[in-house]
Every structure is written in structure tokens, then in C-alpha cells.
Design a protein around this ligand. Structure first.
Ligand code: GLN
Length: 473
């Protein structure tokens, strides 16, 4: 049996019975990485000997971590040249929680530089490939985490989602991607992109694993002032309840122009199926949806420009040489260290925040953000969950959108609103296009009601086979 192909809950069962040891799992994972990762480039920091050592010292399951989550003394670079060689002196809270439960931290996964992107092409380590078609992107920015799970190089992985970076690559790689409610999971030790939007979440092979992993990483944390003191439910138990009578909204705004016809077909069929399972699906309107991308690219770049100010060659990573003054050192380091997309975002964000433009752009965007949130509040007064496509298209070709940032930005048109509103969302496999590329269904929920969206996801998954299909690498 190739243990790398199993789910975490499947493996836990075998471990508990004593049929296998965690070293067996580690060995199968290592073999898969050796076979496939040259082609995929999903994993960026990985030391085989260290991984074996760690798995001998522990009894838990192996897990991969996105390269923007701090792991003490391990390379953590946000796939950016400017953080080359950076090893944090502390663990992110999610890492502490994993270690307490004996998880084995295998290594770091590839991502768009500082999580800026939807394709994992802006990484300083080169693009990750989609395991379903090596000429295509895996989505992003958590493309490495999604691809390594889809290719069975990993059992599961952590990612981060600021505007769709977990859900969109999950959809494009055919795995389950969960972005929890803003404040459910501590962001302490997640290198900040846009602090009011960022959230750590999970990439897994099925919904039950998402429930398991969410429980492990959730909980109030005094180290993150935006972490909310609410209790953590036992998701694995509740998701198996029936969805009979659940009220589900289907927003018309998500099914218009720009939606690929194969994606649309699969998603509409999935909504039908969920109706057959007993939920009541009805149309709903989220009228401010059309402003989401514009609002996001003002708020996110404003926050990013501020968060990235700390990378100046003094404290972290890269420092330019042959300079005559500290100012020249700052300038040279940033010019050398940041890639094109990071520079574009710093310029956009600084512009939106500059005096004279602040009111016209930034403040206005904040007001529209409130309206987007209000749309969801009103919808959730009537509905328990909302169903949409996760991504307007399946995985696109490598290089197809790199010359045109605006079309790249539109890849997140269906995922961004959830971050602006702070609500939870999950993407699950719901079909394939004619070219055999995975399609994702997005389920959005009320704040702190991950239980309901996971319940809908679990019920659908149990009634279908999509999540069992694996790419033929
Ligand atoms: N693709 C979006 C962006 O480039 C979202 C990225 C993310 O969620 N980190 O900003």
C-alpha cells in the first residue's frame, strides 16, 4: 500500500490499530517526493535526512507548511529573494499547536512571492506545475501546498488565504481548501501580506481531514490581537449530520460573464446534488460583488506596502553590498530583493495611501468593503450557506497571464469577497472540464460557522467520487 495516497483520518486509523508506523508513512511520502517533485517544484525547503530524523523522534503525521509561516530555525522566505537565508527565531502559533500534537514538519512549500498572485509564478524559486497538466499553473498563492497534496507528495498542508490563495489553488488542483473565519486561527508568525484579510487554513484530500486539521490549529491566541476568544467545536463529529432543511443561497452575480462553461456546468450540477441531499437552494443577490476586486486591490496593496516596509536589509535576509550610505543600502536591497509583482504592489499601495489620494481611494474602498460585508449579513439572515464557483476558469497555462496583471487579478473574483467580509469558505472538488482539469465548488458560511460549510461539503463529498480522482503523473 502506498501510504502517501491516504488521508490523515485513514492513516490515524491504521496507526491506532498498530498496522503501520509513522516511519512507514514518512518513507512513502519521501519516495513520492523523490519521484515527482523535480517535475512539480511544489516543495522549496526540504531536507530528507532531517525529515527522517524528525519522524523517528515523533509519532505523528507528516505535514507541509507554506513558506510564509514561521518555523523556528528553518528557512522561511515567502519565496522571495529579499528573505533569502532567513530563519525565524520563533514558531508561529499554528506550528506550536502542530508540534504539541506530534505532527512532523516535513518542509516548506512554494508560493507566489509574499503571497502576491494566483498562479505561483512569482516565486523566486520558479513556478510550481499543476499535477493534472504540467504545462499549467496550480493556482496560487498556496500553489505548492495544493500541488503537493494533489500529487500525493503530502498527506496535507497549511496555506494562507488573503483573497483566495487557499481556495483557488485547491479548486485548480482538485483538493479541499479551507479558509477559516478571520480571527479563528492565530496569525502570529504568519508573515503579513494584508493584515485585515490574511488567514491561515488547510489543504487536504478530503473534508474530514479539513475538519481534523482545523480543530488542531484553531483557538484564541494572546499573541494575535485579532484572534477571537471563541471555543473550538469538534468539527469531525458535526460534519456528518444531515443537511436536510438547510437553506442555501446561490448568488446570481457569480454566474455571469467570464465564467467558463465547463466550470458552470459542474457547479450547477453540484448545486442540484446538494438540493437532492435535502438542502433548499434558492437564488440570492449580493449586489456589491462587482466592486470586490477593485476594493481588494486597494485595501490589500495599501496594507502590503506598509507590511513590506520592514524588509530593508537591516534585520532580515538579503543585504546589498558595496554601498556608501544606509539609504543606498535600503534602496539597493529592496531593488534587488523584491520581484516585479511585489514592487508593483508597493507602488500601488503607497499611492493609495498618499495624502491627496487617501480619501479618494483608500477610505472609499473601506466604505465599499462595508457594503460588501452588509450584502453577506443580509444574505445570511435568510440562508445558512452560499454556493458559488471557486474560480471562473480551470487552471490556465504557465505564462498565459504574467504579462497582464489585471487578468491575473480577476482569477480571484469569486474568492475575494469572503476575505473582505471575514467569513469562512471552503472549496471542494465538484467535477472536471473536458480537458480533464479539476473544478471547485465554493461554500461560504456565517462568521465562525465553519461547521455548517464543512457539513455541506462532507455530505456532498460522500455522495460523489470527485475527491477520489488523482492525477496520473
Ligand atoms: N491572488 C490574490 C492576490 O494576488 C490573493 C492572494 C492571496 O490570497 N494571498 O492578492
Amino acid at each position: 500500500m502506498e501510504l502517501n495516497k491516504l488521508t490523515a483520518h485513514g492513516l490515524k486509523h491504521l496507526l491506532d490499530k498498530g498496522d503501520i508506523s509513522n516511519i512507514d508513512i514518512c518513507n512513502d511520502v519521501l519516495e513520492a517526493i523523490e519521484k515527482k517533485d523535480k517535475a512539480l517544484n511544489a516543495i522549496v525547503h526540504f531536507d530528507k535526512e532531517k525529515a527522517i530524523e524528525k519522524s523517528k523522534a515523533s509519532k505523528g503525521l507528516p505535514i507541509f507548511i507554506k513558506d510564509n509561516i514561521c518555523v523556528k530555525d528553518e528557512l522561511t522566505t515567502c519565496s522571495s529573494k529579499i528573505l533569502s537565508g532567513f530563519r525565524p527565531p520563533y514558531n508561529a502559533t499554528v506550528i506550536e499547536k502542530l508540534l504539541k500534537k506530534d505532527f512532523v514538519l516535513m518542509g516548506k512549500t512554494n508560493m507566489d512571492e509574499f503571497a502576491f498572485g494566483s498562479s505561483t509564478e512569482s516565486s523566486c524559486y520558479g513556478p510550481t506545475k499543476n499535477p493534472w497538466d504540467l504545462e499549467r499553473i496550480p493556482g496560487g498563492s498556496s500553489g505548492g501546498s495544493a500541488a503537493c497534496v494533489a500529487a500525493d507528495e503530502a498527506i496535507f498542508a497549511l496555506g494562507s488565504d488573503t483573497g483566495g490563495s487557499i481556495r483557488q489553488p485547491a479548486a485548480l488542483c482538485g483538493v479541499v481548501g479551507l479558509k477559516p473565519t478571520y480571527g479563528r486561527v492565530s496569525r502570529y508568525g504568519l508573515i503579513a501580506f494584508a493584515s485585515s484579510l490574511d488567514q491561515i487554513g488547510t489543504l487536504t484530500k478530503d473534508v474530514e481531514d479539513a475538519a481534523l486539521l482545523l480543530k488542531t490549529i484553531s483557538g484564541h491566541d494572546a499573541m494575535d490581537s485579532t484572534s477571537v476568544p471563541v471555543s473550538t467545536p469538534d468539527y469531525s463529529l458535526k460534519i456528518k449530520d444531515s443537511i436536510k432543511g438547510l437553506r442555501i443561497g446561490v448568488p446570481q452575480e457569480y454566474f455571469g460573464q467570464g465564467l467558463d462553461s465547463d466550470v458552470k456546468d459542474s457547479v450547477l450540477k453540484a448545486i442540484d446534488k446538494i438540493g437532492q441531499l435535502g438542502a433548499k437552494c434558492e437564488k440570492v443577490s449580493l449586489p456589491h460583488t462587482e466592486y470586490a476586486v477593485a476594493v481588494y486591490y486597494i485595501v490589500a496593496t495599501a496594507e502590503a506596502s506598509s507590511n513590506l516596509a520592514r524588509f530593508d536589509g537591516v534585520q532580515y535576509g538579503l543585504r546589498a553590498k558595496d554601498v556608501k550610505s544606509i539609504e543606498e543600502m535600503y534602496k539597493k536591497t529592496r531593488a534587488l530583493g523584491f520581484g516585479d509583482e511585489a514592487k508593483r504592489r508597493i507602488i500601488l499601495g503607497t499611492f493609495a495611501l498618499s495624502s491627496g489620494y487617501y480619501d479618494a481611494y483608500y477610505l472609499r474602498a473601506l466604505r465599499v468593503r462595508t457594503l460588501i460585508k452588509k450584502d453577506f449579513d443580509e444574505a445570511f439572515a435568510k440562508f445558512d450557506a452560499i454556493l458559488t464557483p471557486t474560480s471562473p476558469t480551470p487552471a490556465f497555462k504557465i505564462g498565459e497571464k504574467t504579462q497582464d496583471p489585471l487578468t491575473m487579478y480577476l482569477s480571484d473574483i469569486f474568492t475575494i469577497s469572503a476575505n473582505l467580509a471575514g467569513i469562512p469558505g471552503v472549496s471542494i472538488p465538484c467535477g472536471f472540464t473536458k480537458e480533464n482539469l479539476p473544478v471547485g465548488l465554493q461554500i461560504l458560511g456565517k462568521p465562525f460557522d465553519e461547521e455548517t460549510i464543512l457539513k455541506v461539503a462532507y455530505n456532498y463529498e460522500q455522495a460523489t467520487e470527485w475527491h477520489k480522482k488523482r492525477p496520473d503523473l
